[in-house]
Write a protein that binds this ligand. Structure first.
Ligand code: PRP
Length: 214
């Protein structure tokens, strides 16, 4: 692939659609991407950019390894995988929070190992290690809310956006760990060698974000 292009990893799904809209408002439209079919890579030769859709949780690895120069990833993913990248901008999309949630009558019994179901084992371990709390991680890949309902875990560590999933399953937030939003990230060596163009994109996105907040 041609080297002077800026390769951009977009998170597939609703967040990615909104992220692409910000890029296009910043002047980086890619008409090819708007009628994708089964294609995965989209180029705009005039502006020298190349987009590709990846699983949201894979954006950070594409950027860390340099397969993408920049990308947009959730703060949850960055805190879970701790990739060696630069975080350039909070794009202000994908806002939600990481929380411990539990059945409504849950009381933590410190004498027992706490069973924690989660897609984010490192985030969960980091949180409980602050208190020296003895936990057992149950790593799941989705539908985390099922675990306490079926007695597989005592609590979950998961993303809460509207809170509807918790409410409809008789669970509630026990404690909030941190706020989440999507971040523009860059590969460290790309930032050195293609810094000027990356900075232009960063400034363009910051201006679109500013205009949206006005
Ligand atoms: C996420 C998260 C919660 C839900 C929270 O799941 O894991 O289940 O969204 O959103 P809410 O607070 O608006 O209800 P996702 O939809 O990504 O699917 P998953 O269960 O497969 O992880």
């Amino acid at each position: 692939m041609k080297n002077d292009f800026i390769n951009i990893a977009l998170p597939k799904g609703r967040l990615g659609d909104n992220v692409y809209e910000m890029f296009s408002m910043a002047g980086y439209r890619c008409p090819e991407l708007e009628n994708p079919g089964r294609k995965l890579v989209f180029e705009n030769h005039d502006s020298g950019i190349r987009y590709f859709w990846v699983k949201p949780s894979d954006v950070a690895i594409y950027v860390e390894k340099g397969a993408a120069d920049i990308g947009v990833a959730g703060k949850d993913i960055l805190l879970e995988y701790r990739p060696d990248i630069y975080e350039l901008l909070d794009v202000g999309l994908g806002k939600c929070r990481m929380a411990v949630a539990a059945p409504k009558n849950f009381r933590d019994d410190p004498r027992k190992t706490l069973r924690v179901a989660t897609k984010f084992p490192n985030v969960a371990k980091m949180h409980y290690s602050k208190f020296g709390r003895d936990i057992e991680i149950i790593k799941l890949n989705g539908s985390i809310e099922l675990a306490p309902i079926l007695g597989l875990s005592d609590v979950i560590v998961d993303i809460v956006e509207t809170g509807a999933t918790l409410r409809q399953n008789n669970l509630e937030v026990y404690e909030t760990l941190f706020e989440i939003s999507a971040r523009l990230i860059a590969n460290k060596s790309s930032y050195r060698f293609k810094g000027e163009k990356i900075k232009q994109i960063q400034d363009g996105l910051a201006a679109v974000k500013g205009a949206k907040n006005d």
